[in-house]
Design a protein around this ligand. Structure first.
Ligand SMILES: Cc1ncc(C[n+]2csc(CCOP(=O)(O)OP(=O)(O)O)c2C)c(N)n1
Ligand SMILES: [Mg+2]
Length: 366
């Protein structure tokens, strides 16, 4: 619809879409990245399997009362593994609350993740050399942090790039726009991955914004953008790699088109608001299935390798759960880490809590 007839066009934008490997595992040679070999694709495939196995484990622990409310990643493996695999060692990641696959690629010891999902903040205090921020549950609040962190890298004379994650719902938040605005003005080395899984709990993408794509929101901030098939791990890898290389000139927004195949969290029941038939459509686009087909067609993968990989993952996961369950919590930790020092008012509360035995252990309970 033409609303105003202008004599001069002052802006026009175009959002390009990238897919490299289709649903049947066929690769487009013209779009295939030249810095990736089949060994790397197999490694990403294994990490997608690992992420899915981790996900299933936490879900099962939650159902047994051994983990807290959890947000599964089922269906979003390619977006997370592809983008994280493109990061260099010193790059930093800023997650929301569903990016467990990113943690896996970045090499956070799994027991930290299980400690976190048991409900303990200590799980966020993973080894410093991993280079990321903790899980952020308040939607999109991580984005201004990410923009600031990216700016700080340049300010400190470092070459590191920040890769930040936000959901489709998160792109409706002020924090998202403010972060883009800042990053655009200051040309911060920031890559924003919009993990568009079509849902923000029960709110579908179409009720989130009238914008035709989420990527194009970047135009207003003067930031280049692209939309990619978020279930194609190679396309996500390629787009992220290019964005990281271009980060010396400024930020990029990458909208990954994926789908939340499961529940929003363990407190959610999507059958109340989403037709099962929609999920069936996306099952055919499963990000793991298509890479399996790609590798199999090249004679690089088979059932035996799949079983071996799944067994190795299961062993590592079980060992991490065991370690996490031996972890002894320190309830006073809630008073630490918010400030660089403990302010008197918090110290008074801590003293009070200790004096009155607020945390009644087995022997202290009434
Ligand atoms: C500021 C804020 N508002 C509301 C919520 C409750 N909430 C948690 S997740 C979520 C939806 C987020 O959707 P999206 O950004 O698409 O991420 P997804 O859950 O799909 O990964 C909402 C509304 C919250 N955590 N924080
Ligand atoms: Mg979403």
């Amino acid at each position: 619809m033409q609303v105003f007839i202008l004599e001069t066009s002052v802006f026009s934008g175009e959002v390009k879409y990238l897919q490299v490997i289709d649903e049947n595992g066929n690769a487009d040679p013209a779009r295939f990245p030249n810095d990736i070999d089949d060994a790397k694709i197999a490694e990403m495939y294994k990490n997608m399997l690992y992420a899915r196995a981790f996900d299933a484990k936490v879900l099962s622990l939650q159902r047994q009362g051994r983990a807290v409310t959890y947000a599964p990643l089922l269906g979003e493996e390619a977006t997370q593994i592809g983008s994280a695999s493109a990061m260099r060692k010193d790059d930093l990641f800023v997650p929301a609350f569903r990016q467990h696959g990113v943690y896996i690629v970045r090499g956070i010891p799994l027991e930290y993740m299980f400690i976190y999902w048991r409900g303990y903040e200590e799980g966020n205090a993973y080894p410093k050399n991993v280079g990321g921020t903790p899980i952020a549950v308040p939607v999109a609040t991580q984005m201004p942090h990410a923009a600031g962190l990216a700016f700080a890298q340049r300010y400190a004379g470092k070459d590191a790039v920040v890769v930040a994650y936000v959901g489709d719902g998160g792109t409706s938040e002020g924090d998202f726009y403010e972060a883009m605005n800042f990053a655009g003005v200051w040309r911060a080395p920031l890559v924003i991955i919009i993990e568009n899984n079509e849902w923000a709990i029960s709110v579908p993408r179409k009720n989130q914004t009238a914008s035709q794509t989420l990527a194009q929101k970047a135009f207003a901030a003067g930031i280049p953008c692209v939309q990619v098939d978020g279930n194609d791990v190679v396309a996500v890898y390629k787009a992220t790699k290019e964005a990281i290389e271009n980060a010396k000139y400024g930020p990029t927004v990458i909208e990954c088109m994926t789908y939340r195949m499961g529940i929003h969290t363990t407190a959610d029941d999507p059958t109340k608001y989403r037709p099962d038939a929609d999920v069936e459509i996306w099952k055919a686009r499963d990000p793991i299935l298509r890479i399996r087909k790609y590798l199999e067609a090249k004679g690089l993968w088979n059932d035996e390798l799949d079983k071996k990989t799944l067994d190795e993952h299961a062993k590592a996961i079980d060992a991490a759960v065991e370690k996490a369950e031996q972890f002894k919590e320190d309830p006073t930790v809630m008073f630490k880490h918010v400030y660089s020092f403990v302010p008197q008012v918090l110290q008074n509360e801590l003293d009070d809590a200790l004096k009155n035995n607020f945390w009644q252990g087995e022997e202290g309970g009434e």
